[in-house]
Design a protein around this ligand. Structure first.
Ligand SMILES: C[S@@+](CC[C@H](N)C(=O)[O-])C[C@H]1O[C@@H](n2cnc3c(N)ncnc32)[C@H](O)[C@@H]1O
Length: 205
């Protein structure tokens, strides 16, 4: 079958992407690692001992970064719709975070552990229909925020990926109600053409 122009240009972009090369050299499973590392350079929230939940974790580069940072000094729980190859010190759950059953399993695993950090890189499969893609990510953002407010310790932090578009400002305003300081930023490693943006909430109230 003839390859479409779009997949050809995606491949060209991928092979010439410096973050793809850097990720390979550093042993990260995905270039997404650099988004978390950049966020940490900016906000300095990763510490050597922390309890973390990583939502939308596969293939696992954010969990790799956290695992390297904390060693066995913390508890890391990761969840994704897709399978994830095991990572040292990371407990993985496979399933859909939107489902109550999945939330119950995660909460059961957490037991009495309260969290220092919740990170979410969850994004729906992009359909190209902007309104439904935007509604999909905002829904995931709201679920991640609700989970954070339920499980973070006072002063815990929250990092979540969103898309600029309808309801984004409302989501940021809602996040501001629960954290002392909320900042939005786009890392250099996030592709220019993407409407991706990150929201960082510092110090849960
Ligand atoms: C951009 S990738 C995450 C990359 C990851 N942070 C890393 O560093 O390797 C987004 C992930 O979100 C997951 N995801 C999307 N919707 C989800 C849902 N409803 N529940 C759980 N995971 C979901 C996808 O399966 C996908 O693996």
């Amino acid at each position: 079958m003839k390859r479409s122009k779009t997949s050809k240009s995606w491949m060209n972009e991928h092979v010439s992407d410096p973050y793809v090369h850097k990720a390979k050299i550093a042993g990260y499973r995905s270039r997404a690692a650099f988004k978390l590392l950049e966020a940490n350079e900016k906000f300095n929230f990763l510490t050597k001992k922390m309890n973390v939940v990583d939502l939308g974790s596969a293939p696992g580069s954010w969990s790799q970064v956290i695992s390297q940072m904390t060693g066995c000094n913390g508890n890391i729980f990761a969840l994704d719709l897709l399978e994830m190859v095991p990572i040292k010190n990371v407990e993985f759950l496979k399933g859909d975070f939107r489902e109550q059953e999945m939330l119950d399993s995660l909460e059961k695993k957490l037991g009495k552990t309260s969290l220092d950090l919740v990170i979410s890189d969850m994004a729906p499969n992009i359909s190209g229909i902007k309104t439904s893609d935007q509604a999909g990510i905002i829904h995931l953002n709201e679920l991640a925020l609700q989970f954070s407010t339920d499980w973070l310790k006072p002063n815990g932090c929250f990092l979540v990926k969103s898309f600029v578009g309808a309801e984004f400002d409302g989501f940021v305003a809602e996040t501001r109600k629960h954290f002392e300081k909320v900042t939005t930023f786009k890392p250099a490693s996030s592709r220019d053409r993407s409407s991706e943006i990150f929201v960082f909430g510092r110090n849960k109230i």
